[in-house]
Structure formats: structure tokens, C-alpha cells
Write a protein that binds this ligand. Structure first.
Ligand code: NAD
Length: 269
């Protein structure tokens, strides 16, 4: 496996995708770095600027000071995200879906770029929420993120709900906050029952999301990891591709298109 060239690895994964009934793709911040959104852990990432300990859920709900810092970080992220466009990694997932090959996409990302690329909402399981929405933690009222951004720009540093004065928080999952139940249950079920699981652009260190590749392996799936750096689950993978997510998955999908096209035209070579 280690001696395979990148081209060989791409062909191998493309063959697995073609043969599989459906593929589960699992994405992390690394699929959006090619869109200009920094991940958290690479050099220059957000955790070089902010201390993740400040963003523990318990701190956010108990301290206005933490909420101010949290909103400051999210304000910065908002500008980056709204100025970013999907890249070939996002579009490749859409292409896979159009070919009927995508069972579902499980994402840890909060940047809405899979939706912006055109992937149908029902195919996406967001484990860590979506930063384009804001929720009241008391009454559940949902706000548009751009509305709250206006409040922030008008000097409100830690916004509260206009209905009940509850705490407003981006509809994302902070450290120590439970992942959404429906999405998590579906993601576990899809992971356990797939034939092929492709994890890309994730350090696979944020739990419990990072357990999805393990559930896939437990269920008998092949596991492919596409990531620039090593992950704690590399020893579980059937194939590891060290490359940029956009370039690698795009090449895989192009190859699958040719294979699927061959099937459709009835040729066998
Ligand atoms: P992470 O920052 O822990 O890891 C990203 C991984 O992607 C790294 O291992 C890095 O080597 C790799 N990587 C970077 N660019 C790549 C590329 N072009 N191709 C292939 N690999 C690349 O991210 P994570 O595992 O998703 O977990 C961190 C948490 O960060 C998640 O909960 C997520 O919600 C949040 N986050 C999301 C965004 C986003 O929505 N775009 C951005 C930053 C952080």
C-alpha cells in the first residue's frame, strides 16, 4: 500500500467507490482550507489566536466575559466564511451524489460550504452545527446569523434573545456541549452500515465525531483517510492518501465518472 503512487491510490479508491452501493464521506476543517477558511490545528489556525479553554460550553453559559470572546471569534469566522466559496472538494461530493454514489455526508464543519456547493440538505449530517444560524439557549428561537452580525456591529458584544432575554449562541457545538441527537444517531447508523467510508480533512482528534471512522470499520467497511497529516486512526485505514482533499477527491470522482459512464454505455474495457 505504502509504495503505491498517488495515481495508483486514486484508481484504487475510484474502483472501491464504483463497486460500493453508497459511500459515506466524513469531512473536517481541512476540506475548507482550500476555500481560505483556516482549520483550528494547522500553523496559522484559529487555536494560535484563541485559547480553546475559553470556549468550554460551561464557561460560555456562565460568564458574559467568555461569551464576548466567543462572539468575537465567531465574528471573525463569520467574515471569513461569508467571503469563501466552495472548492473542488465540496463540488466533488455533489458530483458523487449526482451519480447516485453518495449515501450521506457527515461533516464536522460549520461553514455551510457543502450546502453552498449544491449538496441537498437531506444528504448532510452536521455534527457540530452550522454557524449561519443563531439559537436562544432558553426559548429556542432561531435567528439569522446576518441579523445578529448587525447587532454585533452596532456594539452589542454578547447578544441576548429579544423574546426572553436568554443567551444567544451560534448554532454550533462548543467544547463540552452535546452533539445534536438526531444527526449523531443517523451518522452512527450510516457509518456502521456503509461499505466505504472516506474521511477527509480531519485530524480525527475531536470526539465523539472522530469515532465515526471506527464505527465504519467495526461494521466491516473499507476506510480511506485523505489528510495532509497523520491521524490517530491511520492504523485502521485500508488506504491513506497524503494530499490535498480538493485535488485528491476531485481526481477520484473524475475517475469514477469514467467508470460509471462505461457501465452506462455497456462497454466492459
Ligand atoms: P482540525 O483543524 O483538527 O484538522 C484539520 C486537518 O485537516 C488537519 O489534520 C490538517 O492536516 C488537514 N488539512 C488541512 N488542509 C487540508 C487539505 N487541503 N487537504 C487535506 N487535509 C488538510 O479539524 P477537524 O478535524 O475538523 O476538527 C476540528 C473542529 O474544528 C471541528 O469541530 C470543526 O467544527 C471545527 N472547525 C470547522 C471549520 C469549518 O467549518 N471550516 C474551520 C475550523 C474549525
Amino acid at each position: 500500500m505504502e509504495n503505491d503512487s498517488l495515481a495508483d491510490q486514486i484508481v484504487k479508491v475510484a474502483n472501491w467507490v464504483t463497486a460500493a452501493r453508497g459511500v459515506v464521506i466524513f469531512t473536517g476543517a481541512g476540506v475548507s482550507t482550500e476555500s481560505g477558511i483556516p482549520d483550528f490545528r494547522s500553523p496559522g489556525g484559529l487555536w494560535e489566536k484563541y485559547d480553546p479553554d475559553d470556549f468550554l460550553y460551561q464557561k460560555i453559559i456562565s460568564s458574559e466575559e467568555s461569551r464576548r470572546k466567543y462572539w468575537k471569534m465567531h465574528s471573525e469566522l463569520y467574515y471569513t466564511i461569508t467571503q469563501s466559496d466552495p472548492n473542488p472538494a465540496h463540488f466533488a461530493c455533489v458530483e458523487l451524489d449526482k451519480m447516485g454514489k453518495l449515501d450521506c455526508l457527515i461533516t464536522q464543519n460549520i461553514d455551510n460550504l457543502h450546502q453552498k456547493a449544491g449538496l441537498p440538505e437531506e444528504k448532510i449530517l452536521e455534527l457540530h452545527g452550522n454557524s449561519m444560524k443563531v439559537l436562544c439557549l432558553s426559548c429556542g428561537k432561531q435567528y439569522r446569523r446576518d441579523e445578529i452580525q448587525e447587532w454585533l456591529e452596532n456594539g452589542i458584544e454578547a447578544p441576548s434573545c429579544e423574546e426572553c432575554n436568554g443567551i444567544l449562541k451560534p448554532a454550533t457545538i462548543a467544547f463540552g456541549q452535546a452533539m445534536p441527537q438526531r444527526e449523531t444517531e443517523e451518522a452512527v447508523e450510516k457509518s456502521r452500515n456503509c461499505e466505504l467510508f472516506i474521511a477527509m480533512g480531519s485530524s480525527l482528534v475531536v470526539h465523539p465525531a472522530a469515532l465515526m471512522p471506527l464505527y465504519a470499520k467495526e461494521g466491516g467497511a473499507r476506510l480511506v483517510i485523505i489528510n495532509l497529516t497523520s491521524t490517530p486512526y491511520d492504523d485502521q485505514a485500508d488506504l491513506i492518501i497524503r494530499g490535498k482533499a480538493g485535488e485528491v477527491i476531485f481526481s477520484i470522482v473524475e475517475r469514477v465518472k469514467k467508470e460509471v459512464g462505461k457501465d452506462l454505455s455497456g462497454t466492459t474495457d
